[in-house]
Design a protein. Structure first.
Length: 305
C-alpha cells in the first residue's frame, strides 16, 4: 500500500511479525461504454466524485473486499509480482476497521484499528518473535505520529489511515479533470464509472489545515518520493451516490537493491458493500496483546537521526 503518514506503524508491525500488512480489494464487475464527458461537463463530474465521499461515509459502516497487486523490478533486474487479498468491516464514524488478509509469507493476517491503536494478529509460526508469545501486537498510532509528525493520529486519520475511509476521503482531493468512462455492474449493483486524478497538493493542504505544517510536509515528501503529485484514481458510484468500488495506482520508486526494492507499481482496489451493516470492532483482550509502540518509537528516532 502506498506510503502515508502512518506507514511506520504498520510497516514496523509487519517487520516484527514477518507478514505483509498491505491489503486491498477485488476488481470484479462487468463494464461497458467508452470514455466520454459526463453529463453536465467536467465540473459536474468532479462534484459527483467528491460528493460520493460524503454520501458513502454518512452510511456510518460498510463491509469491503480488498486486493493489492504489486509489480516491481528490483535494481538487479528481477521481476516480482505479489497479490494480497482480504475482506473486512469499517466503521466510518468511529474511524475503525478490521480486515483479514492473506500474508505473502503464508497464512492469514488480521489487522484491527480502533481508538487510535492498531492491532495485528500474529500468525502462530511468528509468535516466537513477540514478547510473551502473545497472539496480537499493538501500536499506539497517536504516540508514533506525534513523534514523527508532531500531530496525533486522531487528527490525521480521516486523510491518512490505511483503510476504506482513507481511500474514500481522497475523493475530495481529485483534480478538475474527471471523466465519465461508462457503466459497470459491481456486486450486482449498476454503477457509473469515473476516471480522475488524486492531487497530493490538495491532500497536503487539507492535512495542513487539520494537523499543521509538519504533517503536511510529510505528504509533500511523499509526492517528491513518488515523482508525481497526481495519482490516477477510478471510482464506481451507484444511483444513491454510494461508492461501490475504488481503484488507484501508485508508482513505487526504487529504494535499494534486491527483491521488492526496485521501481514498480501498486494497484489497489477496494470494493464496498453492506452499507449500514452492524459491525463489531472490539480490540483483543490486553492479556493477549504485546504493545510494541516503544520499539517503533525507537525506530522513528533512529530514522530521523
Amino acid at each position: 500500500m502506498r506510503p502515508k503518514v502512518r506507514v511506520a506503524a504498520m510497516g514496523g508491525a509487519a517487520v516484527l511479525v514477518a507478514a505483509g500488512t498491505a491489503g486491498c480489494g477485488s476488481g470484479g464487475g462487468s463494464h461497458s461504454g467508452g470514455s466520454r464527458p459526463a453529463a453536465g461537463g467536467p465540473a459536474s463530474a468532479v462534484r459527483v466524485v467528491q460528493a460520493a465521499y460524503t454520501a458513502s461515509t454518512s452510511q456510518k459502516t460498510a463491509t469491503f473486499r480488498l486486493e493489492e497487486t504489486i509489480s516491481a523490478t528490483s535494481s538487479a533486474g528481477s521481476a516480482e509480482n505479489v497479490t494480497i487479498t482480504g475482506s473486512g468491516q469499517a466503521d466510518f464514524a468511529a474511524r475503525a476497521f478490521r480486515v483479514s488478509m492473506n500474508s505473502p509469507s503464508g497464512g492469514a493476517v488480521t489487522v484491527l484499528q480502533a481508538g487510535g491503536t492498531e492491532y495485528v494478529q500474529v500468525p502462530a509460526a511468528q509468535r516466537n518473535q513477540v514478547p510473551g508469545r502473545k497472539p496480537w501486537v499493538s501500536v499506539n498510532l497517536n504516540k508514533v505520529s506525534q513523534a514523527r509528525l508532531g500531530a496525533s493520529f486522531s487528527q490525521l486519520s480521516s486523510v491518512s489511515s490505511d483503510n476504506p475511509a482513507r481511500a474514500l476521503s481522497e475523493l475530495a482531493a481529485v483534480s478538475g479533470n474527471v471523466t465519465r468512462t461508462g457503466t459497470a455492474t459491481i456486486g450486482g449493483v449498476t454503477t457509473t464509472a469515473y476516471r480522475a486524478r488524486e492531487n497530493l497538493r490538495k491532500v497536503a493542504a487539507r492535512v495542513q489545515a487539520k494537523a499543521g505544517a509538519k504533517a503536511a510536509e510529510a505528504i509533500r515528501q511523499e509526492a517528491r518520493a513518488l515523482g508525481t503529485a497526481a495519482l490516477p484514481v477510478q471510482v464506481w458510484v451507484d444511483a444513491q451516490h454510494l461508492v461501490r468500488q475504488i481503484r488507484y495506482q501508485v508508482p513505487l520508486p526504487a529504494t535499494g537493491s534486491g527483491s521488492s526494492t526496485g521501481k514498480g507499481t501498486a494497484s489497489v482496489t477496494i470494493t464496498l458493500s453492506g452499507y449500514g451493516a452492524t459491525v463489531r470492532l472490539s480490540p483483543p483482550p490486553a492479556s493477549q496483546t504485546a504493545d510494541i509502540t516503544s520499539q517503533l518509537l525507537q525506530q522513528a528516532r533512529a530514522s530521523t537521526g
